[in-house]
Design a protein around this ligand. Structure first.
Ligand code: NAD
Ligand code: UPG
Length: 340
C-alpha cells in the first residue's frame, strides 16, 4: 500500500494498539491514534504519530478527527477487556464495547469511511463443544465481555450490509509477548493476564502467581489457552487493511496458532526463561473463565495469507520477560541469552 489517507487506530496507546501502530508505520502508512488513556499510556505512542485524547463515545470528536486527519480506514481496538471485571461491572462493558462502537460506526458512515478492522475476541465463543474452534461455531459467550464484543460484531455486520462499511473482525485468542526489538510491550499497571503476571512474579514484583482452578476438564486440570505473539497479531491488522483496500469481502477471522498451553505449561516456560522458580498458589476458579480455548486458523491463512512468525511459547515468554525487565530497568540481566 502506498502512503495515502491516514489509518485511525482507536486504543493505539494500549498494549496491542501500540504494536499495531508500529506495524502500520513499518509498512509506511500514516497513522493517527485516538485514545482516552484510561488504560493506555501516551508514551506508548511514537512521537511522530498524532494522539487525539478522547473517547470513542464522543461522536463530534470522532467526526472531527476523521475529517481533520483525512482518515481512510479505522482499526478499532479501544475497549474494556478484563473478563472478571466484566462480570462485576457489566454495564460499563456494554457502554464501552457496544455503545461506543456504535458511535464509531455512526461517525464512519457519516464521514464516508468505508473500511474498519475490529478487535474481537475468542471470548465470543464461550465454552465451545469442540476444539480447535472455527469461526462458524455458534457464539455462546459466558461473560459480559464476550457478550459485548459479540454484540459489537453484530452491529458492525449490520452496518456493513446497509451502509457499505467493510469490516474485518479479528477474533484474538490470548495475546502475549512484546515487540522483539523492544520498542513496545504491555505497560498496563495491575495487569491480570497470566504471562504478564508470571513475568512480574519472576522479577520479584509480585509475591506470587495464583493458579485459577486445577479441576478443569483439561490434561493437567488448569485452563488451556492459545497464546499468540502480539507481533504476529499486529501483522494480521496490516494484512486485513490491505485485504479491504483491495476490495476484499467482510470477514470474521480467528487469530491464534491452533495450539493450547495450560497455565502450568506457561508457568514452567516463565521459570525456564527467568531461570528461577515461581511462587505459585492454588486458588479457586475465576468467574467467567472457560476451561479451554484453541483457535482453528485456516480461515485467516487463506483469506489474508497470514503466517505466524513467532509460534513458540518460549519465545513469547522470553519477549514478555525482556520487556518487563526493560520497563523496570532490569533489562541488562534479562537480555542475556534471550531468543530473538
Ligand atoms: N489482550 C488480549 O489478550 C486480548 C484478547 C482478545 C481481544 N483483545 C482486544 O484487543 C483490544 C486491545 O486490548 P489491549 O490488550 O491492548 O488492552 P489495553 O487496555 O492495553 O488497550 C485498550 C486501549 O483502549 C483505550 N480505550 C479504552 N476505552 C476507550 C475509549 N472509550 N475511547 C478511547 N480509548 C479507549 C485504553 O486507554 C487503551 O489504550 C481490545 O479491544 C480487546 O478487547 C485483547
Ligand atoms: O493470575 C492468573 C491469571 C490467569 N490465570 C489463568 O490463565 C488463563 C489465561 O487468563 P488471562 O491471561 O487472564 O486471559 P483470559 O481470561 O483467557 O482472557 C484473555 O484472552 C481472551 C481471549 O481468549 C481475551 O478476550 C481477553 O481480553 C484476554 O484478557 C486462564 O485460564 C486463567 O484462569 C491464572 O491461573 N492466574
Amino acid at each position: 500500500m502506498s502512503a495515502g489517507p491516514a489509518i485511525l487506530v482507536t486504543g493505539g496507546a494500549g498494549y496491542i494498539g501500540s504494536h499495531v501502530v508500529l506495524a502500520l508505520l513499518d509498512a509506511g502508512l500514516p497513522v493517527v491514534v485516538l485514545d482516552d488513556l484510561s488504560t493506555g499510556r501516551a508514551e506508548a505512542v511514537p512521537p511522530e504519530v498524532p494522539l487525539v485524547r478522547g473517547s470513542t463515545g464522543d461522536g463530534p470528536l470522532l467526526r472531527a478527527t476523521l475529517r481533520r486527519h483525512r482518515v481512510g480506514a479505522v482499526v478499532h481496538l479501544a475497549a474494556s477487556l478484563v473478563v472478571p471485571e466484566s462480570v462485576a461491572r457489566p454495564l460499563g462493558y456494554w457502554r464501552n464495547n457496544v455503545a461506543n462502537t456504535l458511535a464509531l460506526a455512526e461517525a464512519c458512515v457519516a464521514e464516508g469511511v468505508t473500511r474498519l478492522v475490529f478487535s474481537s475476541t475468542a471470548a465470543v465463543y464461550g465454552i465451545p463443544d469442540r476444539l480447535p474452534v472455527d469461526e462458524d461455531t455458534p457464539c455462546r459467550p459466558i461473560n459480559p465481555y464476550g457478550a459485548s464484543k459479540h454484540a459489537a460484531e453484530g452491529l458492525l455486520r449490520d452496518a456493513a450490509a446497509a451502509h457499505g462499511l467493510a469490516v474485518v473482525a479479528l477474533r484474538y485468542f490470548n495475546v502475549a509477548g512484546a515487540d522483539p526489538a523492544g520498542r513496545a510491550g504491555q505497560r498496563t499497571a495491575g495487569a491480570t493476564h497470566l504471562i504478564k503476571v508470571a513475568c512480574e512474579a519472576a522479577l520479584g514484583l509480585r509475591p506470587e502467581v495464583a493458579v485459577f482452578g486445577e479441576d478443569f476438564d483439561t490434561p493437567d486440570g488448569t485452563g488451556v489457552r492459545d497464546y499468540i505473539h502480539v507481533t504476529d497479531l499486529a501483522a494480521a491488522h496490516v494484512q486485513a487493511l490491505r485485504h479491504l483496500a483491495m476490495g476484499g469481502d467482510c470477514a470474521v477471522l480467528n487469530c491464534g496458532y491452533g495450539r493450547g498451553h495450560s497455565v502450568r505449561e506457561v508457568l514452567r516456560a516463565v521459570e525456564r526463561a527467568a531461570g528461577t522458580r515461581l511462587p505459585v498458589r492454588l486458588a479457586g476458579r475465576r468467574a467467567g473463565d472457560p476451561p479451554a480455548l484453541v483457535a482453528a486458523n485456516g480461515r485467516i491463512r487463506s483469506t489474508l495469507g497470514w503466517r505466524p512468525g513467532f509460534d513458540d511459547l518460549d519465545r513469547i515468554v522470553a519477549h514478555s520477560l525482556a520487556w518487563e525487565g526493560r520497563l523496570r530497568g532490569t533489562g541488562a540481566q534479562l537480555r542475556r541469552g534471550l531468543p530473538r
